[in-house]
Every structure is written in C-alpha cells, then in structure tokens.
Design a protein around this ligand. Structure first.
Ligand code: TYD
Ligand code: MG
Length: 477
C-alpha cells in the first residue's frame, strides 16, 4: 500500500498532513493549513541523500560552557547550532545560571548574546556587576520581537544565543500574542531553523509551574535537541540540573549548585554537601547511599516518632513518597515487630532533595526504627536496599558505585541486601576500574542481610544477623 503523500502544511507549527483542514490538528490554529507547492520539474530535493560513511566530521566541536557542573550534564558542552531548552519554575535560578554561563563562555573568547525580556538590560547589568560577571563578549539585547532577534543574530554572529524567556518573545509580523502556545512554538521553531542553518547554539529559557499553568516548555520538547530541567525546593539553596532529553549524549547526569548571595556556586562534592549539617549520634538519622540518575549522592534520612493516641496518627514525608512510607510502616509492623499505630511518624530527606529511589527503603525504615527504639545508627554506616512486602531486602541498581562513593568520603560500614552479590563481593567489585570511576577507600565493610529485621538488628544493636532483638527493644519504649 502506498503511503499517503503529505500535500499540506500548517503555517503556524509546520506540521504536514495529507489532507486539507480548516484547523490544524497539532496546534489547533484555524485557517493555517496551506498547500505545499508541488514540484513539477522533479528536481532532486535540496538535501539529497548522503551516505553516512561519506559524511565528514561530527558537526563541529563542542562549546564547553566553562561551568563544570553544566558541562557534566551536557556531556562536555553545548553543541554548535543546537537548541537547548532550560525549563524550571520561576525564581529557581535559570537567569542566574545562564548569565554565569555566558560570562564563563565569554572568558573563553566566545561571543555571546543574551536576549532578555523579563529583565531590562540595565537590571541584568546590575546583577552582573553584583556577581562580578561583567565580561567582554557578553552582548545583551532588550528587543524581544522575533525579527529583531534574528537580525541581531545575523549582525553579531554570536556563538551562543540565550533567549530569556521563550514565553516573552513576540512576533509582530504574525500579530500573535507573546506567551500563546502558537507564538511560543512558532518563535522557537524559527530560532531552531536559524540555528540549524549554521547559526549559534541557542538556549531557550522556559518557565514551568507545578500545575502546568504556563504554556511553553512541554510544547517545545519535540523541536529542541536538549531539554534541561532546573529544580530545587524554594526554601532550600540546593539546585539540581538534569537532562530530560539529549540528542547528543546520555541523560541521567546530575548537576548540583548552591544558590548563595553571590550567585550559583557549583557543588562539586554532592555527598559532603548534603551531609554537612548532620549531627553525630543523632537518633532517627541514617545515611542512604543514593543515586540520582548516574551520580551517587549520600543523603541523610531523618525520622521522628512521637506518641499520638488519636485514631488517625500523622504520617508526614518530605522528599520521600508518602505512599511508600505507609507501605514501609506496614512492613515494619508485620515483619519487624515495630508497631506505630499510636505514633506520629515524620520522615524527611535532609537538604531539600527528593528521593524517588526505592533503594532508600531500608534507610527510611532504619531511621524510623532508630527513632522508635531510641538507638542511634552508627555514624559511619550507610544503608542501601529496597524493602519488599514480605519483609525481605531487595537489590538495587548501581550498588558498587554507591558504595564506592560512601567509601570515598569516609564511611566504614555498609548494610545492603544479601542478594547484592554475597556482600563481600560488592566491595571487591568497586575496586575494579570498570565498575566505578572513583577509587574506593579501603575499609568500607559491607554486610549483607536478607531480611529487614536482620538489617535493623545489625545497625541498631550491632548484633550478628539472625536474632529478632527488636521486639525486646520495642517493648521498652
Ligand atoms: P533567577 O535567576 O532570576 O530565577 P529565574 O530566572 O529562574 O526566574 O533567580 C531568582 C532567585 O535567585 C532570586 O529570587 C534570588 C535568588 N538569587 C540569590 O539568592 N542570589 C543571587 O546571587 C542571585 C542572582 C539570585
Ligand atoms: Mg529569569
């Protein structure tokens, strides 16, 4: 069967369709479908097929941004003529990060252009002065009409163009209102087309809100090469950058910054950063050997258990899934003799980080058990493992890397699911260069446990695995 030919195209969003319609099915614009002119000469297409092997080069060298955490996420730097979208909630620090990036790139001799719509050039300059970022090579434009941006780019020929934000570009030619989905999409498409035909690497800023009330980033995801998500809790200084989509490299790298009074400071050692406020010997405090994407991070999990005789005691989880907390409490009750029906339970991942990793279960359970039994988990111990409904411990991915990181920053003991390769093997694995790119500090003792109850015994009493000590302890409380 012959495939339907695409004879029509939407003027607004560029979607091609075989049939004419009064309204575009993609962007829902009315009267925007036009016929694609037929080509009666049968001349070859403008982009004639090329054999892959005969093509030269990889399309230009990367443009390192000069900010290591950003380059880590991008896999080395911006790709020339590519389009990157950086999405995040208003106020999270997108403008700050990009200003720092442009200054760092200018310092390497790149020519950069910032189109700033949300803040006037004067405001941007004031911020740059305050942050010590007034460098040659950073150009700024306050005109946010699409045509003006394109002509600025044509005149200045920058290596990098930042548009802050894509939701504020207008397109007077089309007469569409800034911020409307069609405008955002059409402007982004025009800039992407320019980039592709030898233009600058483009970085578009897109605001998102939790409830998705601002149009933008979602509708752009398919037309950009890279989507970065900049995240953080409003009342914490930690900021995380992740690649959600990346045509030129891996996703899953994590970049970490701290928002300070003088801009974003890179957090090169995420592990130490998140543990900085940890107090030794604290009840209900446990360190989880976590992983965010491909970056190992150590996170302090805290729990507080307090009496509450009302029929519905409180359960509160910050940075951890509350459904998962409920499940863990049921498992603790059923399989570890820790019954909390008459207690409030609060669990929190310290530092404003969100943990989606089921490998945190054991650490969360141990924090709760520690708070309940009033016994501290030794400070030099990290935990790792998923807890099954049968009270069993289950393996989690990347154990060697997680443990290597724990060993590197000085932890001495790890309790992991026994299934995670005969425990002792886990540590051997981490010594192999292939398994982890950091050397493990000798002396991290890894102990395996098959059951949650055994693991809790081990960390709360220091006893050998196998005897259910906790029932006794629980009775004292
Ligand atoms: P901003 O980069 O403007 O956020 P976005 O572009 O994502 O909307 O940064 C917003 C917040 O960051 C601002 O409310 C204050 C804070 N901030 C600092 O704490 N220190 C600084 O040096 C700067 C520049 C901003
Ligand atoms: Mg901004």
């Amino acid at each position: 069967m012959a495939r339907a030919r695409l004879h029509y195209r939407c003027r607004e969003c560029g979607t091609a369709t075989p049939r004419w319609a009064g309204r575009c099915g993609q962007c829902e614009e009315w009267n925007s479908i036009e016929e694609i002119p037929a080509d009666p000469t049968g001349r070859p297409s403008r982009a004639a097929p090329v054999e892959l092997a005969a093509m030269d080069g990889a399309g230009g060298e990367l443009l390192p941004t000069g900010i290591d955490e950003l380059d880590r996420v991008l896999g080395g730097g911006l790709v020339p003529s590519s389009v990157t979208l950086i999405a995040g909630e208003p106020g999270i620090g997108k403008s700050t990060l990009l200003l720092q990036m442009l200054a760092a790139m200018a310092r390497q001799g790149r020519r950069t252009l910032l189109v700033s719509a949300e803040e006037s050039p004067t405001q941007v300059r004031m911020r740059a002065m305050r942050l010590g970022l007034v460098d040659d090579g950073v150009w700024i434009a306050g005109d946010t009409d699409l045509a003006a941006i394109r002509s600025d780019v044509a005149n200045l020929r920058p290596d990098v163009l930042v548009v802050d934000s894509v939701q504020t570009i207008s397109d007077q030619e089309s007469g569409l209102a800034p911020g409307a989905v069609t405008t955002v999409r059409a402007c982004a498409q025009a800039l992407a087309d320019d980039a592709k035909s030898g233009g600058p690497a483009v970085v578009l800023v897109g605001h998102v809100t939790k409830d998705g009330s601002i149009a933008g980033p979602r509708v752009l995801e398919h037309l950009v090469d890279t989507v970065l998500s900049f995240e953080g809790e409003r009342h914490h200084s930690l900021r995380l950058l992740r690649a959600v989509k990346h045509r030129f490299g891996a996703v899953g790298e994590l970049g970490m910054w701290e928002m300070t009074g003088t801009g974003l400071q890179e957090v090169a050692d995420g592990a130490t950063f998140l543990l900085a406020d940890r107090r030794p010997g604290m009840l209900g405090s446990v360190v989880f050997a976590g992983m965010d994407g491909r970056r190992p991070i150590l996170v302090e999990i805290q729990a507080l258990v307090s009496a509450n005789s009302s029929p519905s005691p409180r359960r509160s989880a910050a940075g951890y899934d509350s459904g998962r907390l409920g499940q863990l409490l049921a498992v603790l009750d059923r399989w570890a003799g820790i019954s909390l029906h008459d207690r409030d339970v609060y669990v929190s991942a310290a530092g404003g980080i969100r943990i989606d990793d089921p490998g945190a279960d054991l650490a969360v359970a141990a924090a709760i058990a520690s708070a309940y039994t009033q016994r501290a988990v030794p400070d030099d111990t990290v935990l790792l493992g998923e807890v099954g409904l049968g009270g069993e411990l289950r393996q989690v991915g990347h154990s060697p890397r997680r443990l290597a990181e724990a060993g590197r920053i000085g932890f001495r003991r790890a309790v992991v699911p026994r299934g995670a390769a005969g425990a002792a093997d886990v540590i051997d694995l981490t010594r192999g260069a292939a398994a982890a790119d950091r050397p493990v500090t000798a002396g991290l003792r890894v102990t395996g446990a098959s059951l949650l109850a055994d693991a809790l015994d081990l960390v709360l009493t220091g006893q050998a695995v196998g005897r259910p000590q906790l029932q006794v302890l629980a009775g004292r409380d």
